[in-house]
Each structure stands twice: as C-alpha cells, then as structure tokens.
Design a protein around this ligand. Sequence first.
Ligand SMILES: NC(=O)c1ccc[n+]([C@@H]2O[C@H](COP(=O)([O-])OP(=O)(O)OC[C@H]3O[C@@H](n4cnc5c(N)ncnc54)[C@H](OP(=O)(O)O)[C@@H]3O)[C@@H](O)[C@H]2O)c1
Length: 283
Amino acid sequence: MRSRMDDVKSYAPSAVVGQVMMGAVVAEVMESRNPKFKAGDTVTARQGWQLYSVSDGRDMAVMDPSAAPLPWYLGLLGGGGTTAWVGLFDIGKAKAGETVVVSAASGSVGSVVGQLAKLHGCRVVGIAGGPEKCGYCVDDLGFDACIDYKANGMLANLQAATPKGVDVYFDNVGGEILDAVLTRMNPHSRIPLCGTISQYDKTEPYGIRNFRSFLVNRILLQDFVMTDYREEGQRAQPWLLQAVKDGKLKYRVSVAEGLAAAPEAFLGMLKGRNFGKQVVKLS
Ligand SMILES: NC(=O)c1ccc[n+]([C@@H]2O[C@H](COP(=O)([O-])OP(=O)(O)OC[C@H]3O[C@@H](n4cnc5c(N)ncnc54)[C@H](OP(=O)(O)O)[C@@H]3O)[C@@H](O)[C@H]2O)c1
C-alpha cells in the first residue's frame, strides 16, 4: 500500500487520487448473483478501504469465521502467513539447525516467520523496536533471542545472539539493519528480501556499506513479491489453518476503529506504533 502512494515504478500500480485505496478485507456478502457465494457468507477479498463494494467474485474466497478471529484472515491466515512461509522456505530454504534472523519481528509477517522457523528446528533471533516487542517475541512466541535495534549496542547484541553466524536473514526493513546483519552472514547464507520499510519514506535511500559480504560469503539475496507466488501461498494456507487450530501459532492484532482512523493507523504502522497486524474495523 505504501509503494502505491508514490508515483514511481513499483510492482503494484500507483493509487489514483480520488479512487478507493486498495487493500485486503474480510467482509460479509450482502447479496449475490454468483453461485459460489450466498448472502451471509464471510469472505476475504481485495476490495479496498470502503464499506460496500461490488465484486465479480475473482480474488474472493469464503472463509470459516469460527476457526480464528476475523483479522487473522488478513494476516496469519492471509498475506502475512503466506509471505512468511514462502520467504522462509521457498526463497530462504531454511533448514533445521540453522540460525534465522528476522526483522520487524513482532509484526504481521515477522512474528510468523519466527514461529515457523522455531517449529522447523531453527535457532531464531528477532530484531524489533523496543523492550516490549522484544519481550513478546521471546516470552510469548518462543524466539531464542530478540535484539532491540533502538537500544545502544545493537551490533554487539546481534553478535552475542548469533554465535554461529546467520544462515537466513528474513529482511523486512532494509537500510542500516540489513547492513548490520550482513556482518554476521555465513558462507552460502540466504537473504529473502521481503520488504524495506525503513526506506519507504526516504528521498535519499540508505547506501549499504557491507556490500563486500555478498562476495566473501557467496550470499544469495532474492527479493520476492507474493503476487508472483500465489500457488505457493495457497499451498501454505491449509497448513497454517491447521496449525492455528492445533494452537501452534500465536498472533497479535492492533485494531483501529472506523474508516476515518485508517490514515492515522497506516502512518502509525510505518512508525512501529502497531503491535502485530494492523487492521481497521470499518463497521
Ligand atoms: N514481499 C511481499 O510480498 C510482502 C508482503 C507483505 C509484506 N511485505 C513487507 O513486509 C514488511 C513487514 O510488513 P508487515 O505487514 O508484517 O508489517 P508489520 O511488521 O506488522 O509493521 C511494520 C513494522 O515495521 C517496523 N519498522 C517501521 N519502520 C522501521 C524502521 N525504520 N526500521 C526498522 N523497522 C521498522 C515497525 O516495527 P518495530 O516497532 O519493531 O520497528 C513496524 O511495526 C514490510 O516491509 C512490508 O512491505 C512484503
């Protein structure tokens, strides 16, 4: 959504002033002439920031509202969970026994990355802003360690938390944190580049200093965008749903009330004021 707000080349078309802002929703079907849906169904859809909309049924799916809290279908059981899965396993090729580091660790994608990596037998180190978010990652989500990048000594703390170096760095933020983690990467390690949130508002992008680490360590960095990985994401969904039903995955959401609160909630998310997946309850 943030990249849509700039009039520059991106993987998604720019938003047009005066048109509805795109975004995923959980919604109720009011009326239907499509046999796949009936009034009263709860669905996920890409209908954007609006109370009512008309759909031809493409990109819409009926979900079970009793299986999990509704906002989870926008995160853990939607884009957040599938992004975590694809980045960690299809791109990052994480293996049991390896060390996985993930940034924006308490957020929608990062919190699932860390939990999946733990279930897979990896050592997991999160990077997050502030003691509360780091405490949540370790105490509630079961990460082995979490580095508060806003506190002093970030690099020394990262070194101490990754005694065997880093095999997979799941990057959600780019910038200085990516630069710091580059100093800890192991030979033949992988960096699934999921996002660069620290750079989205910057007019002068951060220049990576430790670039040489790519050559020295033969690091594979691969960016990925989920629109290119629909099939892989769909394959992950039943597993994620079952894991939720089995109580294996935890998830947290921040809820803003009302459409008028959406812009402030969005700005807050970019500044880390959200805790877990940020959603807006429209009605
Ligand atoms: N490739 C894809 O297809 C795909 C799909 C979904 C999401 N994404 C990307 O994945 C990333 C995470 O998305 P999300 O939805 O899970 O968001 P999120 O983690 O729930 O929320 C964003 C978090 O980013 C952190 N952050 C903001 N500014 C930062 C900075 N300057 N330095 C370090 N951290 C900063 C904040 O956490 P702290 O308080 O810990 O700083 C904030 O809570 C984003 O970059 C997003 O664009 C990519």
